[in-house]
Design a protein. Structure first.
Length: 311
């Protein structure tokens, strides 16, 4: 069984070596690593060429003009041939010998057409799990119920069947602006509209949150690309999400529209109760959006504490 790892990278040549070494440490030869160079100027291509010479598994390199992470990930998805696909950031790295575990877990869902893939925990470099664990090990659920309604927050790591993504044309959302926040969530919510996921309480990946990274600077980056942020908020208005949660995201939808100066467009997931929620949420959203216009990063420092569970 082939596992495809897609890594979009921009000027992080030195960090890629840690990912490469972690793939070598899997001792699993049926790996396809696709590195998409998003217009790097630091010699990333030379580094990947060295990886290709030394690897016992397939390493593919694709270079594009700088177009942003979402376009780069989609390029990798287009190239992928694996049975299971995953998307790993260029500063992530896998824990040793986990792909054999993933392969065994995959065998339990391979023939279940209702299940799109597997979701695992992640840790920090010290081994502490980011966010909350799943309510039950190996539970079958979906992103709406498990991750949102039960508030299982913190970064997790997904492996998705290649045929699910190809058969449904599921890709990262692409907007006019390169930067932004929330594309991965929109991607997985699109999968959840039709499929379930098997949630496994086993860490497989180490995530490192850097001061210049997306997760630590999510607030600022979300305002840099209102179009993507609006899509992220609108994806949380699905009727399968609890009404109280939809209320908060409706406020956010109105707020980002107010901030960006465009008319709030009712999403396709609008239902009777969403109409009611919109009436209540509209004024608070306008007020918050007006405040966002005066947002200054220095006045609202972001902490990494929200990423970690207190349990």
């Amino acid at each position: 069984m082939i596992i495809t790892v897609i890594t979009a990278t921009y000027n992080r040549r030195d960090l890629l070596r840690k990912m490469f070494e972690s793939l070598v440490a899997q001792h699993y030869d049926e790996i396809e690593w696709i590195v998409v160079d998003d217009g790097c100027s630091d010699g990333t291509g030379d580094a990947v060429a060295q990886f290709q010479r030394n690897a016992r598994f397939d390493v593919h390199y694709f270079r594009q003009e700088n177009s942003g992470k979402n376009v780069a990930v989609n390029a990798g998805l287009q190239m992928a041939t694996g049975d299971l696909l995953c998307i790993a950031d260029d500063d992530d790295y896998f824990l040793p010998d986990m792909f054999a575990t993933v392969a065994r877990d995959f065998s339990t869902i391979a023939n279940n057409e209702k299940v799109a893939g597997l979701s695992y925990l992640t840790t920090d470099p010290a081994g502490k799990v980011w966010g909350k664990s799943f309510p039950r090990d190996r539970m079958i659920s979906d992103h709406f119920d498990c991750r949102i309604n039960q508030r299982i927050w913190g970064d997790k790591f997904e492996f998705t069947k290649g045929r699910v993504l190809d058969g449904n044309g599921i890709r990262y959302p692409v907007t006019e602006m390169k930067r932004g926040f929330g594309a991965d969530t929109v991607f997985f919510l699109r999968i959840a509209e039709k499929y379930q996921t098997c949630y496994v309480n086993t860490p497989v990946l180490v995530k490192v949150y850097r001061e210049d990274g997306l997760s630590v600077n999510w607030r600022r980056k979300s305002l840099e690309n209102p179009q993507l942020t609006a899509a992220y908020y609108a994806a949380h208005l699905n009727p399968r999400i609890r009404l109280s949660i939809r209320f908060r995201y409706t406020i956010a939808c109105v707020a980002i529209a107010q901030y960006a100066g465009y008319k709030f467009v009712v999403p396709e997931t609008h239902t009777f109760w969403n109409h009611v929620v919109l009436c209540v949420a509209y004024l608070p959203g306008v007020v918050i959006g007006s405040r966002w216009k005066g947002y200054k990063e220095a006045l609202h420092p972001q902490s990494k504490k929200w990423l970690r569970s207190n349990k």
